[in-house]
Design a protein around this ligand. Structure first.
Ligand SMILES: [Zn+2]
Length: 304
């Protein structure tokens, strides 16, 4: 069957004959359907698809920190939602590290997955679009920034989603902490659902939009940041509070306090306990908004 198709698509008879011969010689032995986990079932029973996990359930929500058995058992236990969080590496002024969105997405995904209770996180994807690669003042020109074309981003996230979907995750949640690429994620979710013939991919815009609500919370309710006070940097108190939760040195905290430069938009970040407290409130808010949006989306049509 395969050889016949090759003959039809190749015009030279001699060439076709070579292809027919090589197709016969190269026919692979059929793989053992019991083998999984990176090895052969016949060589070690832990490579067999149904092998019992020798350890208790792994409590992390990060797929990359689990074994294949941990993920298999988590799915079987009902953790059938996978979140694919996008971060980003971009310039944010002199204080905040380039990987801002990666660190924020890390905190957010962990908290969202734990609050949902039935979800795991794929690794944070740091490669997101930052405009074109033309010499036109896009962020890609700034030292340290790493950008990808929209098409690359869509292909990358799409393949991560396809991997997870074929393994048994029923709901694949696409979220991005960076503004660029939101439309790409939205269109990708539609494309994947069309490809799969059912609604399994969900783009959750509230994850990104909650940055605005968090700004408002910080300014108008918590009254930490006076509205309109702006240093004109691609950085603000909201950014720094969330980064400090991961590591204060991501905003050069120690050096700034020493150099009397520990302020952003009129807000002092010198009191680490206060900053961490504000950060936790902001993350709680963003997580609440995101979890509500995910639950609403899934109850409107997800597979249980
Ligand atoms: Zn960004």
């Amino acid at each position: 069957m395969r050889a016949k198709m090759m003959v039809r698509t190749v015009s030279g008879v001699a060439c076709a004959a070579v292809l027919v011969t090589s197709a016969v010689v190269a026919a692979p032995a059929s793989p053992d359907p019991r083998s999984t986990g990176g090895g052969e079932c016949t060589k070690n029973a832990y490579n067999c698809v149904g092998a019992a996990n020798p350890l208790p359930p792994n409590q992390t929500v990060w797929i990359e920190r689990m074994t294949w058995m941990d993920v298999r058992d988590a799915i079987a236990a009902g953790k059938t939602t996978a979140i694919i969080p996008s971060g980003g590496i971009e310039p944010n002024g002199p204080w905040a590290a380039l990987g801002k969105h990666d660190f924020v997405a890390q905190t957010m995904c962990e908290a969202v997955a734990r609050k949902l209770g039935n979800a795991l996180c794929a690794p944070v994807v740091p490669f997101v679009p930052h405009g074109t690669f033309a010499n036109d003042s896009s962020q890609n020109e700034t030292m340290g920034t790493i950008g990808v074309h929209d098409e690359t981003y869509s292909a990358l996230i799409g393949d991560i989603a396809r991997s997870l979907q074929m393994q048994g995750f029923k709901n694949i949640i696409l979220v991005g902490d960076h503004g660029g690429g939101q439309k790409v994620l939205q269109e990708l979710a539609q494309k994947l659902n069309h490809e799969w013939g059912r609604r399994s991919a969900w783009y959750i815009e509230e994850f990104y939009d909650s940055w605005n609500g968090a700004d408002s919370l910080l300014q108008h309710e918590m009254k930490v940041w006076k509205a309109g006070t702006d240093d004109g940097l691609h950085d603000d108190p909201n950014v720094e509070l969330q980064m400090v939760l991961v590591d204060p040195e991501l905003v050069r905290w120690k050096e700034r306090v020493k150099a009397d430069k520990a302020t952003i938009n009129g807000v002092s970040v010198a009191d680490l306990n206060a900053v961490r407290g504000w950060g936790r409130k902001i993350v709680d808010y963003r997580v609440g908004v995101t979890v509500d949006a995910i639950n609403k989306a899934l109850s409107a049509g997800a597979q249980k």
